[in-house]
Ligand binder design. Structure first.
Ligand SMILES: Cc1cc2nc3c(=O)[nH]c(=O)nc-3n(C[C@H](O)[C@H](O)[C@H](O)COP(=O)(O)OP(=O)(O)OC[C@H]3O[C@@H](n4cnc5c(N)ncnc54)[C@H](O)[C@@H]3O)c2cc1C
Length: 458
């Protein structure tokens, strides 16, 4: 049966009716542009929804939600599709793409930015930099602001300023019954709490407002070492993370670059163990803190004072759609045995990158005013990824991830970080028991018919 017949033959609704009701576009299987419309940023995610609605604004969002609810369908909002591979499926679901809602404004007096649902981080970073301000953006320039923030948000300033979601000041949204709302600390506090770290199950967010911080520059960059020194360098890095101040956020990482043209010549086809370090303070102090790592004799050293806009590309994340298979987990420790398991199962594997991010600092300090994700108690978080342009490559990377996470099993924490979980997890994996039960209660109140579908469902 072809896709058009499938739609026409449905006993249920014909989603093409939506075309005349919204300013944006609606695609169904069989349309010429169907494959392009259903594509996510992660090209390895094969999304097969009932239809795709590309919305122009909040009014369109409300119309799509009402249509879905009245016709027994669900709605899955998506900004970029960076986290698309975490979906368990998209049957009976309208994929609601928000990328045309990409406006960003900065209020330099209040030090607050407002980003529409489809805005990506580089748009915010550049707009804020014009006023000498910085956002709690992540490692990638084109990750979506909303998806990142609803899941938590670990930035290069995280140890100093905490989880991104806990710096949100207001959220505009359309509820599962099609109502526009602006939620804040004193207005709909339960929903405001749930959205700050509880994920995308509660409403379709149309815009989000959050604090900015006065940084024009940071002292940051990468120390590169031959991969043969992986155990020694990661051990030294781990010891160093135990003494650094909150101003320092860093990553220990294995990078294995393929011999392909898109990789810059100096690193093409080569493998390294690297340390990415970001010091958010006086560069003289930053230099002092970096000294012990420099004494290890890196083969390349790019750490220097850089503008905030440059920080967005420090991690070398791919911009534009890319095919990747990855996953992450929270570690209870990164001791000598963990390092041995990590190195043995990454170096020489099909993984392009395997990183360990240092948490702690403000990320580990819960406050009463925080949202659903108050803090992370553990100090290290790992994420590994490989390039997966064709099924055999994807299978090889999946195999490598299985081996890595099996080897790390003794140190896997009971809960992990949803934004770094790219494979589907069981409900409750991301929150404390108390937070999870509160999230479930709020979901039942705000979306009793379960219309809104997140990649990680509650
Ligand atoms: C290359 C790369 C680098 C990354 N770096 C970091 C990092 O440094 N720090 C970090 O914390 N994370 C990082 N991540 C993880 C990233 O934060 C998550 O993948 C996040 O979910 C991406 O958000 P998105 O909107 O781009 O993706 P999407 O796949 O579009 O959205 C993810 C989910 O967010 C929810 N959502 C999105 N938009 C809306 C909306 N308008 N209303 C309601 N729910 C919505 C939905 O549930 C959706 O399924 C990175 C991921 C990648 C691939």
């Amino acid at each position: 049966m072809d896709n058009v017949t499938q739609i026409a033959g449905l006993a249920g609704p014909d989603v093409r009716e939506l075309r005349s009701r919204i300013a944006g576009d609606v695609y169904v299987p069989g349309d010429d542009a169907w494959d392009e419309a259903r594509q996510a940023w992660n090209l390895a995610a094969d999304q097969r929804p009932t239809a795709v609605a590309v919305v122009e604004g909040a009014t369109d969002v409300a119309v799509v939600i009402d249509f879905a609810r009245e016709n027994g369908l669900r709605v899955a909002p998506q900004g970029t599709g960076h986290a698309a591979s975490a979906f368990s499926g998209m049957h009976d679901t309208i994929l609601l793409k928000t990328h045309r809602m990409s406006g960003v404004t900065v209020d330099p007096e209040r030090r607050v930015a407002r980003a529409e649902a489809g805005a990506i981080w580089i748009d915010v970073v550049e707009a804020a930099a014009e006023h000498g301000l910085a956002a709690l953006s992540g490692s990638s320039p084109d990750v979506g602001v909303v998806g990142y923030t609803l899941g938590g948000g670990l930035s290069w300033l995280a140890r100093k300023h905490g989880i991104g979601a806990n710096n949100v000041t207001a959220i505009e949204l359309v509820t599962a019954d099609g109502e526009f709302k602006r939620v804040e600390r004193d207005h709909d506090p339960d929903l405001f709490w749930a959205l700050r770290g509880g994920g995308g199950s509660f409403a379709v967010v149309t815009a989000i407002e959050f604090n900015l911080f006065p940084y024009e520059h940071v002292y940051a960059g990468i120390l590169w070492f031959p991969v043969e020194r992986a155990t020694e360098i990661l051990t030294a890095w781990r010891a160093w993370t135990e003494i650094v101040p909150d101003e320092l956020t860093s990553v220990g990482r294995i990078m294995q670059f393929p011999p392909l043209d898109f990789v810059p010549e100096p690193v093409r086809g080569k493998s390294f163990v690297i340390i990415e370090a970001i010091y958010a303070g006086d560069p003289v102090d930053g230099e002092h803190w970096l000294a012990p790592l420099r004494e290890l004799g890196p083969v390349m050293d790019t750490v220097k004072t850089i503008p905030m806009t440059e920080l967005s590309r420090l991690h070398m994340d791919p911009e534009g759609p890319a095919p990747g298979v990855g996953d992450g987990t929270m570690l209870t420790a990164f001791d000598d045995e963990t390092i041995a398991a990590f190195v043995a199962n990454t170096v020489g594997s099909p993984l392009l990158s395997a990183e360990v991010r240092h948490l702690g600092g403000a990320v580990a300090r819960p406050k009463a005013e925080h949202g659903a994700l108050t803090h992370f108690e553990h100090e290290y978080l790992t994420f590994a990824v490989g390039i997966a342009p064709v099924p055999p490559a994807a299978a090889a990377v999946h195999g490598a991830l299985e081996r890595l996470f099996a080897a790390l099993e003794p140190w896997q924490a009971g809960h992990t970080y949803s934004n770094f979980a790219e494979r589907n997890r069981k409900p409750g994996s991301f929150h404390s028991e108390a937070a999870y039960h509160r999230l479930k209660r709020i979901k039942a109140q705000v979306d009793p018919e379960n219309v809104i579908r997140a990649n990680h469902e509650l």
